[in-house]
Design a protein around this ligand. Structure first.
Ligand SMILES: C[S@@+](CC[C@H](N)C(=O)[O-])C[C@H]1O[C@@H](n2cnc3c(N)ncnc32)[C@H](O)[C@@H]1O
Length: 291
């Protein structure tokens, strides 16, 4: 009885794909090493071996914290757009806590949602064949009670909530990661305005997770991908692109989240402009063939 329940849970909610298609299709020796890491590994090792729940948040939050550390920052802000019942936001808070313990970088978490589920779809670009008005409601009180102190929940349409939020982001706690899980094209367009602030309000490279780009019906002319191409066309110095050569840098290559991981390049960030990006030390490539 228990076994059939455990198996049903294991196979539900995309877990079947993750276990049988993504993970068990990886080399046996890597899965054996992962077992050792799961038992004895550090937090960094667990993230490297895709062992955290919601790896699509664990990787970018750790990446952002490590980038922040290199830049002498002590705090960052990470965002989830599209909270629904809040499982993802609670995962994000826990991953922020663990990342903070591993890196020493303090991490504030902010979740954004209408609080009333999906708004009406505008047209085919919102992929109404997948999502509709009222989907994914939230029990606001229950979620608010469950959220730890590091997390803020901002309720309202992204279009109305982002300007005040953006005005509150300080250079001391820049935005280090953005998760876009609002399903529609029209909502993603609004959400991406969170990248319209001053350059110092961001890390120079901000991982952006696009949750809804892997359904069969998604393409560059609808959904979140269309919002990204319009953002890129409208922003000469800010570009969102797939996270560069991420697959070859990962231990487990079949993980589905890799294809949904993008990065916002803040090309007008001081760290990416010649006058301010200058290093004290000149770069040098040794040549072992010269005596
Ligand atoms: C698929 S759910 C998010 C699931 C959540 N990230 C998780 O992992 O559990 C999509 C959410 O996006 C929210 N949403 C869609 N359009 C929005 C908008 N314009 N402003 C704010 N929230 C929006 C909806 O209310 C809905 O709860």
């Amino acid at each position: 009885m228990l076994n059939s329940y455990v198996i049903r849970r294991a196979l539900s909610d995309g877990k079947y794909r993750k276990i049988f298609v993504e993970r068990l299709s990886e080399p046996l020796h890597l899965n054996l090493i992962a077992l050792g890491v799961a038992l004895f590994g550090s937090y960094r090792a667990k993230v490297a071996f895709d062992l955290m729940v919601r790896q699509q948040y664990a990787f970018p939050i750790l990446f952002a914290a490590e980038e922040a550390k290199k830049r002498g920052l002590s705090r960052i802000t990470v965002l989830e757009f599209g909270v629904a019942a809040g499982a993802g936001l609670l995962n994000m808070c826990d991953l922020a806590r663990r990342t903070e313990a591993a890196t020493g970088i303090a991490i504030d978490v902010v979740g954004f949602d209408t609080g009333a589920g999906m708004p009406p779809a505008i047209d085919y670009r919102d992929m109404p064949e997948y999502f509709q008005e009222g989907d994914f409601p939230m029990d606001f009180e229950a979620l608010r009670r469950a959220l730890p102190g590091r997390c803020r929940l901002v309720i309202g349409d992204a279009e109305t909530t982002i300007p005040a939020f953006l005005a509150s982001v300080t250079d001391e706690a820049p935005i280090g990661f953005v998760s876009v899980d609002v399903d529609y094209y029209s909502s993603a367009v609004k959400v991406l305005t969170v990248l319209d602030g001053r350059p110092e309000q961001y890390l120079p490279l901000v991982p952006v997770y696009l949750d809804d780009v892997s359904m069969d019906g998604a393409n560059p002319w609808n959904g979140e991908l269309l919002a990204v191409s319009e953002f890129n066309a409208d922003h000469p110095l800010r570009k969102i692109a797939p996270f560069n050569v991420l697959r070859s840098k990962r231990v487990f290559k079949n993980a589905g989240w890799i294809d949904r991981m993008f990065a916002a390049h803040i090309h007008d960030h001081p760290a990416r402009t010649p006058a301010t990006a200058k290093r004290a030390q000149q770069a040098y490539i040794p040549n072992e063939y010269l005596r």
